[in-house]
Design a protein around this ligand. Structure first.
Ligand code: FES
Length: 164
């Protein structure tokens, strides 16, 4: 009885990979790529989606630095801290029209928006439109060292000044 080769794997005479080997390797590679892709998606799904925002509070120095008429602009925090006749208060520097950042005009003792020309007095009241609302007043507290801490995330009643 003749000796029959029962395998389906057919190699050529020079021992090169067969077409079957090629398809097996291509299938393994495709499965590896698919597994890696699903692993990356799964890890991304499991990673917490937390949005880290900068703190809303900042230290604005000693209350003694704010005598009547002193205006300090905190650009990074988009706020003004102002010394008034009865105490210190903070205003948001974000224009109530379309959100541009306002600037203090010391020569005019006014707050002006560079975008569309709105103007505010030093208490945040609109003196020239198109701003529809006054600038919000921001919460001020005092830390353990006696420095002012302004919270841009808390709007307080207008006219509520901080008295050291
Ligand atoms: S954004 Fe300030 S006036 Fe328009």
């Amino acid at each position: 009885m003749p000796d029959l080769d029962t395998t389906l794997d057919i190699e050529d005479d020079e021992g090169k990979p067969t077409r079957r080997d090629f398809f097996v390797q291509a299938g393994v590679a495709a499965c590896a790529v698919a597994a890696a892709g699903s692993g990356i998606v799964t890890l991304d799904y499991l990673k917490p989606k937390v949005l880290f925002e900068p703190p809303t509070t900042f230290v604005a120095g000693s209350p003694l630095d704010y005598s009547d008429g002193v205006v300090r602009f905190y650009k990074d925090n988009k706020a003004f801290v102002i010394g008034g006749p009865t105490g210190v208060y903070a205003l948001s520097a974000v224009c109530t029209h379309l959100g541009c950042i306002t600037r203090y005009k010391s020569d005019e003792k006014a707050i002006a928006c560079p975008c569309h020309g709105s103007r505010y007095d030093l208490e945040g009241n609109v003196t020239h439109g198109p701003a529809p609302r006054p600038l919000p007043w921001l919460d001020i507290t005092e830390d353990a060292a006696g420095n002012l801490v302004v919270d841009t995330g808390i709007v307080i009643a207008r006219g509520k000044v901080f008295r050291p």
